[in-house]
Design a protein around this ligand. Structure first.
Ligand SMILES: [Zn+2]
Length: 352
C-alpha cells in the first residue's frame, strides 16, 4: 500500500499519469456561468441573448442616437439600447426624468420633436453619472429647476463634476411635483445607490420609473445592479408592485417593462437568495475546513475561507443556472455575481 501511494505521489509530482491509472475521464462541463471572458474560447462558452429578448431591441438610427416611444398621457420613453430615460409633456412645459451620459445631449431635440413647450424641470433618479452625466446639455436652459434628493445634491456639490449640474430643488423623502395640470410623485428608496434612489411616478399615465432596479428581459446587472443594500433591494419588488402602472422604465438595455418583468425578476432574485441561504447554511463548515486543511494545513485561514465561499458559489450556480438560463437573458453572465452578493447578505446580514 505504502509503495503504491508513494508511486502515485511521485507520478503526480512529475505531472504524468501512473501506468495503472484509468484512462483519464473528460472533466464534467462546468455551467457556462462559470466560464470566463478572458479568451475567445471562454467567451464562446456563453450563450447568446435569448431570441425573445433580441426581438425587442429598439430600432435605433445611429445618426440620431436614440429612439422614442409614446406611453400616452404626455409620457415619452427614450432609449439607445443601453440606457433609458423619459419625459412628461404638460401644458406649462416639460419635465425630464434623467439625462444619461450616452444620449443626454439629444434630449432637448427629442422633446422638440413632440412639443414646442419649454423644458422646465429635470429630475435626477440618483447620482450615477451614466444616468445624469448628460445634464450638462441643459446648462443654458433659462429658469430650469433641477430636482433631486438632498443627499444626491450634497454628493454632487462635493463632487463638483461639470457634467452633472447641481440640483436647485431638493427634498428628503417625498415630493409631489405639479406642472400644467399634471402630477409627478417622487419617493425616496434605498435599493441601489448610497445616496438614495427615486421612484418617479406619473399616476395619470400609469407610468413608473425606478432606475437600476429591474432590467426587463434580463437578469439584473452585476451584484444585483450594483446594489449597496441588498436588504432594501429584496424589498424593492413589492414596493414597485404596490404602484398601479402599465409601463415601467428600469433605466437599462433594450426593452421597457410591465408588471410581469418586475414579477419575474422578483422570482429570480428570491430564488438566488433562498438557494444560496439553503446551501450555505446546510454546509458543515467544521468538516469542510478540516478537509481543506488536509491539503494546505490550518494556517492559511484566508485561503480556507475562500475555498468555502467558492464552494457555496459553485454549488449555488450549478443548481440555479438550469432553472433560469432559458427564462431571462444574461444568466450565464451575471449569476455568479448575484450568488456572491446574496452570499455576503446571507453570511453577514441575514438571520439563520
Ligand atoms: Zn446607478
Amino acid at each position: 500500500m505504502r509503495t503504491l501511494a508513494l508511486l502515485f505521489m511521485f507520478a503526480a509530482a512529475l505531472g504524468s499519469q501512473p501506468s495503472f491509472a484509468q484512462e483519464s475521464q473528460p472533466t464534467a462541463k462546468q455551467p457556462s456561468a462559470l466560464a470566463g471572458t478572458d479568451s475567445p474560447e471562454a467567451l464562446r462558452e456563453h450563450v447568446p441573448v435569448l431570441p425573445a429578448v433580441r426581438a425587442k431591441y429598439w430600432n435605433i438610427d445611429p445618426a440620431v442616437g436614440y429612439g422614442m416611444k409614446a406611453f400616452g398621457n404626455g409620457v415619452y420613453a427614450l432609449c439607445d439600447n443601453g440606457w433609458q430615460s423619459a419625459f412628461l409633456v404638460t401644458d406649462a412645459g416639460v419635465i425630464v426624468f434623467d439625462a444619461p451620459a450616452s444620449y443626454g445631449k439629444h434630449i432637448p431635440e427629442a422633446v422638440a420633436k413632440v412639443t414646442n413647450k419649454p423644458i422646465k424641470m429635470l429630475v435626477y433618479s440618483h447620482i450615477h453619472k451614466d444616468h445624469i452625466g448628460g445634464s450638462v446639455a441643459f446648462r443654458n436652459i433659462p429658469g430650469l429647476q433641477i430636482i433631486a434628493l438632498d443627499t444626491v445634491s450634497d454628493f454632487l456639490k462635493e463632487m463638483n463634476d461639470p457634467n452633472r449640474l447641481i440640483p436647485t430643488v431638493t427634498f428628503n423623502s417625498a415630493k409631489t411635483v405639479k406642472l400644467g395640470g399634471k402630477t409627478v410623485e417622487l419617493t425616496r428608496h434605498n435599493y441601489h445607490s448610497n445616496e438614495g434612489d427615486l421612484f418617479i411616478y406619473v399616476p395619470e399615465a400609469k407610468f413608473l420609473m425606478a432606475v437600476d432596479s429591474v432590467t426587463s428581459g434580463y437578469v439584473p446587472f452585476q451584484d444585483f445592479d450594483l446594489s449597496t443594500n441588498l436588504h432594501q433591494y429584496l424589498k424593492m419588488f413589492d414596493e414597485i408592485l404596490a404602484y398601479k402602472f402599465d409601463n415601467f422604465i428600469g433605466g437599462h438595455l433594450t426593452d421597457t417593462g410591465t408588471r410581469k418583468d418586475v414579477e419575474i425578476t422578483k422570482e429570480y432574485t428570491n430564488d438566488v437568495y433562498q438557494t444560496v441561504k439553503r446551501i450555505h447554511n446546510g454546509l458543515n463548515e467544521r468538516a469542510f475546513d478540516a478537509e481543506i486543511a488536509k491539503t494546505i494545513g490550518p494556517d492559511n485561514e484566508f485561503l480556507i475561507f475562500k475555498a468555502l465561499l467558492d464552494k457555496v458559489t459553485r454549488d449555488s450556480v450549478a443548481e440555479l443556472e438550469p432553472r433560469w438560463i432559458n427564462r431571462l437573458a444574461g444568466v450565464d453572465v451575471w449569476l455568479p455575481s448575484h450568488v456572491r452578493a446574496a452570499l455576503i447578505y446571507v453570511r453577514w446580514d441575514d438571520k439563520e
